[in-house]
Write a protein that binds this ligand. Sequence first.
Ligand code: THU
Length: 135
Amino acid sequence: MSLIDAAAAVRLNAHAPYSGFKVGAAILSQEGRVHLGCNVENVAYPQGTCAEAGAIAAMIAAGDRRIAAVAVIADCPAPVPPCGGCRQKLSEFAAPEVVVTMATTAGALLSMTVAELLPGAFDAGFMVHAEKGAL
Ligand code: THU
């Protein structure tokens, strides 16, 4: 099964009663396994989580550590882009050249790298002068 097909399948499990917008995400880890996530909304709206965040949590919980490829899918007019927060979350575990394939349920595809999705990313390299234990 392709990564997009895996994302499409898990999308059907999304809990999205408030937005009505179901999203599925699949991550292929460098370790070679596929990890899945869907959006999980909450009546306290800010407590909801994105599909990408769920897939990342599944990857980490399974013991894998690095992202090799990502697929995200939703039913929308153009391939669904990860939100800003998820771009930062993906960049924690993915090299800049990792490809994120965005899709619609109708079959449209768009591929961009993590660096293209999050130019100028904040990463640990900016923290080399940080004061350790300053609190
Ligand atoms: N959503 C995702 O799960 N991933 C995205 O990339 C975009 C947005 C979810 C969050 C919320 O449950 C719904 O889509 C509407 O914003």
